[in-house]
Design a protein around this ligand. Structure first.
Ligand code: PLP
Length: 344
C-alpha cells in the first residue's frame, strides 16, 4: 500500500543494484546500475512497476481489457500487453504512427502477446473509436494513459525510490546522483517524490529524450517547456492525493542536452555509448531512451562535469526491443559489419 493505493504484485523485487567496475575505472567515477531492465515480464522495463498499480485498479474496477496508446514502437504498450496476457485480459494499443512496413521489435512482441495494434489517423478520435469498438463487443475496458503517466503512474517509482535508498545504504553508498530518462515523466516524478518521502540523500537527475517544445532542436525552449509540464503534473498529483510532497520547482534537476534534435532518432554518439557499455559491462541499452541517458553520464564524466569519486546510479529502464527497429537496425548493421567474418 502506497499513498492509499494497492498493487498486484507481479515482479521479483528488488531488482539488482550493480557496481559497474570497468566503466568506473575508465571514467574515474563510481558508476552503479539499477537493473530495472531485469523486471521479469516480456523482456522487462520500467513500465512494469507502474503497471502493478494500474492492474490492481483495473481488477478492482472489473476490467476485462487493457487499452493504451503510444508510438508504434511503444515499450509501454508491449508491457501493458504482457500484463494483460499474464492476468487473463485482452489488450490493445492505439497509435497514430503509420504502419512501419514490417512487424519488428516491440510490434513483433505485441503480436506474440496477442495484443491488437490499431494504427489510427487521428489519436483524439481514433482512441475513442477503438475503446467504443471493444466496449460494444462486451469488453470492460481499462484505459492506461500514454507511458503510464497519470497520477497513479508515479507509485511504481515512488516505491522504487525507497528500494534503491535501502540498497544504496546496504552497499555503503550514502551520497549519489541517480540519472534517469524523462519521457512521459512519471518515472522521474515518482523517484523524486519517493526520495523526498523517505528522506533519502540520493538526488535524481532527469535526462529528457522527448522534446516538449515545438522546436526539438531548441535546448532552452525544451527545458522551459519541460519545467512547465513537470510543474503542472506535480500540481495534479498533489490534488489527486490531497497532500503536498514538498517538491519545489528548484528540485527539477533536468537536462535537455541529449535529445539530439528528435525523439527516437538514430544518433551516432548514442550508438557509441551503447557499444561502450556492452563492451565494458555486457549491459545492453537502447537507442531511444537509456542510450541517451547513459550518454549524459559518459559525456559529463569525460568533460569533468561529474567530479572524480562521485557516485552515479544509472537507472536502466529497459527498452531492449528498440534495437531491432528498422531505422536503428540499419545503422547497427552498417557499423557492425566489420565484426562479421565470412571464412572461405
Ligand atoms: C525504456 C524506457 N525508458 C524510459 C522511459 C521514460 O519513462 P517515463 O515515460 O516514465 O518518463 C520509457 C518510456 O517509454 C521507456 O520506454
Amino acid at each position: 500500500m502506497l499513498f492509499g493505493h494497492e498493487k498486484t504484485e507481479m515482479l521479483h523485487l528488488p531488482t539488482p543494484l550493480e557496481h559497474l567496475k570497468n566503466v568506473s575505472e575508465d571514467l574515474g567515477i563510481s558508476v552503479y546500475c539499477k537493473r530495472d531492465d531485469l523486471t521479469n515480464l516480456a523482456t522487462g522495463g520500467n513500465k512494469l512497476r507502474k503497471l502493478e498499480y494500474f492492474l490492481k485498479d483495473a481488477q478492482y474496477k472489473g476490467a476485462t481489457m487493457l487499452i493504451t496508446e503510444g508510438g508504434a514502437q511503444t515499450n509501454h504498450g508491449r508491457l501493458t500487453a504482457a500484463v494483460a496476457a499474464k492476468y487473463g485480459m485482452k489488450s490493445a494499443i492505439v497509435t497514430s504512427d503509420p504502419y512501419p512496413g514490417e512487424i519488428s521489435a516491440n510490434l513483433l512482441l505485441d503480436g506474440m502477446l496477442g495484443c491488437n495494434v490499431h494504427f489510427v489517423k487521428d489519436m483524439e478520435t481514433g482512441r475513442q473509436a477503438v475503446i467504443d469498438k471493444y466496449t460494444a463487443k462486451g469488453e470492460k475496458v481499462y484505459y492506461v494513459p500514454m507511458g503510464g503517466s497519470n497520477e497513479l503512474g508515479i507509485l511504481g517509482y515512488a516505491e522504487c525510490a525507497s528500494e534503491l535508498d535501502a540498497q544504496a545504504k546496504e552497499m555503503g553508498i550514502d551520497d549519489a546522483e541517480i540519472y534517469v530518462t524523462v519521457g512521459s515523466m512519471s518515472t522521474y516524478m515518482g523517484l523524486l517524490i519517493g526520495l523526498k518521502e523517505c528522506g533519502s540523500s540520493l538526488r535524481v537527475k532527469g535526462v529528457n529524450v522527448l522534446p516538449y517544445s515545438e522546436n526539438a532542436a531548441d535546448e532552452k525552449g525544451n527545458e522551459a517547456a519541460l519545467r512547465e509540464a513537470l510543474s503542472d503534473y506535480y500540481k495534479r498529483i498533489c490534488e489527486f492525493y490531497g497532500r503536498d510532497f514538498n517538491v519545489s520547482p528548484d528540485d527539477f534537476d533536468i537536462t535537455t542536452s541529449c535529445i539530439h534534435g528528435a525523439y527516437n532518432n538514430a544518433v551516432e554518439e548514442v550508438r557509441e555509448v551503447m557499444y561502450y557499455l556492452a563492451r565494458k559491462e555486457a549491459i545492453i541499452i537502447d537507442p531511444c531512451y537509456t542510450g541517451k541517458t547513459f550518454e549524459a553520464i559518459v559525456d559529463r564524466a569525460r568533460r569533468g562535469d561529474i567530479k572524480q569519486g562521485t557516485n552515479v546510479i544509472f537507472m536502466h529502464t529497459g527498452g531492449l526491443p528498440g534495437i531491432y527497429t528498422l531505422h536503428h537496425r540499419v545503422e547497427f548493421e552498417r557499423e557492425l559489419m566489420p565484426y562479421m567474418h565470412i571464412e572461405e
